[in-house]
Design a protein around this ligand. Structure first.
Ligand code: DON
Length: 592
């Protein structure tokens, strides 16, 4: 088996254990890519058929690792995780290292100025979910983004008012302290090295800077990313000394190195320059929250996923509970499958958009929404061959892929699924001068004007209105799937706003119901329905023309879109792990 990427040239000190697993009722077979690069469909894995015009063919090679695997959106960040694993760190040590490394080498979405969610499953059976979502600043208010006529401004998206109080550093340090085995300085070493010694700008980063130059150019990051007014060119070495200093403060002092003292002051100064409201008090008060993961079942498999303040886990669970009643599940790629899956999403999103919010501020009917009997009632409302209208609204969906998800699994069978974001690419655009990092524009995930669409076209309700100290509702859905014997099977998650929910769940369904190998499950065309706008979105060329005709006849408004999510996933196979980054993205797993 050939790795796509060789392990780093670091001293290999760890005792290299092969991943150890309990025998499994799910036979996911041998690694699916042979030495020749041709897919191997063994065990109960089946070759799917994708539409002729679909650009990502079935049978791609995944990355195989005998011991451990990291899948992230940036090859250098995946390498940082493997470096830690090879030095004897566990999956949590590696995940924290990846999180910090992404903040350096993938500044469009990796971050220390944003927040995220982490689902952890230790091989000894312990499970945890960490919520390090941003919170609204103390001076935030319900109508802060409305102009005098009551119209929404773009201040929840661009500029200093758009930022929630960052949770990333609190989250990463808290996860490490509870479940990691290495020191903060050790797991931060690769990130600090990347910041101090620099890394070479490659095509995807240069393109991303070019398309976001207008946003970045308005704020303090212009000098770093647009020297002489031009985006960094491919081949340039980007060194980030201010970011390195911030990281050193954190490595030495822990979270207080960010939330108090110099870094906190730099953030507050940046805010005050231009009308932002985050204060040093906001920063000093920030706390991440340990939560119980949502534990649900799907056809005998167990899902461990993220509870509110993210809507991800509940919405994935509700969708799968609705689908579970369809036996057998219709064939992949058929109009029937798009109909039942789209209808399940539509119903789950209606609940999501109205009922979910930060549980510290609004009652969240978690039990009801994850209940199988409730799902049965919703299932009964799905017509045999007719779309059910949500109601008609303007099509305001925006194509955005700005978050980042990474998955880690180690030789002991510990696993971490983490999704983190600045919200839009480069967040609010505001760059903390002297601190070397972008701040998020997560405030737009609130219902800035309940009943009106946000940047993702999501129409959300009162429960998610802005209140000081409240977490804005998220769609992030880091998920770990266990096989029918309780062994680790999948670590998965995505980026893409509300499409995080639909992309993550479709990869899970492709593996569990459609018996795909991991690479096919990730490459397969996806659909999306978020209730409003009331249309079934599908990836361009992802549904065959005859299937589109049938769906039209069923009454669906169909919307071709550029992409549904960007996945980074790991699957346990015989003898190790496979890692797969979405072929739609520039991510790359590294295993060893
Ligand atoms: O938390 C959320 O749901 C959003 N802030 C995620 C944003 C995202 O995925 C950006 N990419 N489209």
């Amino acid at each position: 088996m050939k790795l796509r990427f060789l392990p780093l040239a670091v001293a290999v000190v760890a005792c290299h254990k092969t991943a150890s697993f309990t025998p499994s009722a799910t036979d996911v077979g041998f690694p699916s890519s042979s030495a020749t690069g041709a897919a191997v469909y063994s065990g109960d894995r089946r070759a799917p058929s994708f539409p002729d015009a679909w650009p990502y063919k079935a049978g791609r090679a995944a990355v195989f690792g005998q011991h451990a695997m990291v899948a992230s959106d940036a090859p250098l960040a995946s390498q940082a995780g493997v470096e830690i694993l090879e030095h004897g760190g566990n999956a949590v040590d590696a995940a924290v290292a990846v999180g910090f490394a992404l903040a350096v080498v993938f500044p469009e979405a990796g971050n220390i100025g944003g927040g995220g969610y982490m689902v952890i499953r230790m091989a000894d059976g312990r499970t945890a979910a960490l919520d390090y979502r941003e919170v609204a600043p103390l001076a935030a208010s319900r109508d802060m983004y409305l102009d005098e006529q009551g119209n929404l401004t773009n201040k929840s998206v661009v500029g200093p008012l758009a930022s929630g109080v960052p949770g990333a550093i609190a989250g990463l340090t808290t996860a490490l302290a509870k479940y990691g085995t290495m020191s903060l300085a050790d797991v931060m070493a690769p990130a600090i090295r990347y910041a101090e010694q620099g890394f070479v700008v490659e095509g995807p980063f240069a393109r991303s800077l070019t398309s976001n130059a207008r946003l970045i150019g308005q704020f303090g990051g212009a000098g770093v990313f647009l020297p002489d007014g031009k985006p960094l060119a491919v081949g340039t070495r980007l060194v980030q000394p201010e970011l390195a200093q911030t990281l050193h403060r954190v490595a030495e002092q822990g979270a207080p190195g960010f939330y108090t003292g110099k870094t906190a002051q730099l953030i507050a100064d940046e805010m005050h320059r231009d009308g932002g409201i985050i204060t040093t008090e906001d920063l000093a008060r920030y706390k991440p929250v340990w939560r119980e993961p949502i534990k649900s079942s799907y056809r005998g498999y167990t899902l461990l996923t993220m509870p509110p303040s993210s809507s991800g886990g509940i919405t994935v669970t509700e969708t799968l509970n609705i689908l579970e009643g369809f036996v057998p599940v219709p064939p992949f790629g058929s109009a029937e499958y798009a109909h039942v899956l789209g209808s399940a999403y539509q119903r789950a999103f209606i609940d999501r958009n109205e009922k979910l919010a930060d549980p510290a501020f609004a009652p969240v009917p978690m039990k009801q929404l994850t209940d199988k009997a409730y799902a049965q009632k919703l299932r009964a409302t799905i017509g045999h061959d007719r779309a059910t209208p949500t109601s008609s609204v303007a099509k305001t969906m925006r194509e955005g892929m700005e978050t980042t998800h990474y998955s880690v699994a180690d030789a002991q069978g510990n696993a971490v699924a983490t999704t983190t974001t600045l919200n839009a690419l480069y967040g609010s655009g505001v760059y903390v001068r002297g601190g070397g990092f972008f701040l998020n524009d997560e405030m737009d995930d609130f219902a800035a004007a309940p009943g009106k669409p946000n940047m993702f076209g999501l129409v959300q309700g009162e429960a998610n209105a802005i209140q000081p100290g409240k977490r804005m509702l998220s769609a992030m859905s880091p998920t770990i799937v266990l096989d029918r014997d309780g062994g680790l099977l999948l670590v998965v998650g995505s980026r893409g706003g509300p499409r995080i929910i639909t992309s993550t769940s479709q990869v899970i369904l492709n593996v569990l119901d459609q018996h795909m190998i991991l690479s096919d499950a990730v490459s397969a065309p996806r659909i999306h329905h978020q209730a409003l706008p009331d249309s079934l979105a599908y990836e361009r060329n992802g549904l065959a023309p005859a299937v589109l005709d049938s769906l039209r006849q069923m009454g669906y408004g169909l919307e071709p879109i550029g992409g549904v999510g960007l996945i980074n996933a790991i699957m346990r196979v015989r003898g190790g792990y496979e890692g797969m980054s979405d072929p739609r993205s520039m991510g790359r797993p590294v295993g060893y």
